[in-house]
Write a protein that binds this ligand. Sequence first.
Ligand code: DC
Length: 224
Amino acid sequence: MATRLPPVIAIDGPSASGKGTVAQGVARALGFHFLNSGALYRAVALAALTAALDLENESILSDIALKLNAKFDGNSVVLEGHDVTDAVRGEDVSVAASRIAGLPAVRRALLSRQRAFRQPPGLVADGRDMGTVVFPDAVLKIYLTASPETRAERRHKQLMEKGLGANMAALLQDIRERDQRDSARATAPLKKCADAVLIDTTGITADDAIAQVLALYKQAPRAP
Ligand code: DC
């Protein structure tokens, strides 16, 4: 008898679209596991920056991605035994993560690590290529987005809450540049796949978006 794999809800979209909050809210409501795939790219980037590695060297970086001694739990990241949850959110790591995410060998090296999160009773996976590449058989695929201005405002609020200064114009420019890099790359570019449901969170709350995803999941067709 074929074993049925646990269900996956794939939530993709650009940075600061609210994916993380929505994915975690959905996972909590359903009692599912949660994968923050961006944290994997960020952990590889941090390891590479710490070792002062060349960010163009695909073979060294994919080796790092394969052997990375890292643990991921929700949003927390432990690298080589050190809690690097805050460090991986730093601006230098964000830029490096976006660069190394364009390297096909790094993406391949992270595939099985991401798929290992698919455990009973199910998984909510947050990223850029969850529905297109990592979990193409997801029972529900969501493409979550919001206007660049809304996303810059959200990021601004998050940074202010952490007591960090932030400039709106610079944040907006950074979001636009990252969107461009994530969507223009040749391998697994950020794009809405044909079978994903678009949810625009401009003007709606995270709770509204979570309720929409839960309603869609209830209606999603299941394998017999
Ligand atoms: O979601 P995030 O901002 O933490 O992601 C960090 C970087 O990693 C971002 O530039 C896009 C990239 N990424 C990716 O290419 N594929 C994923 N599944 C997740 C993140």
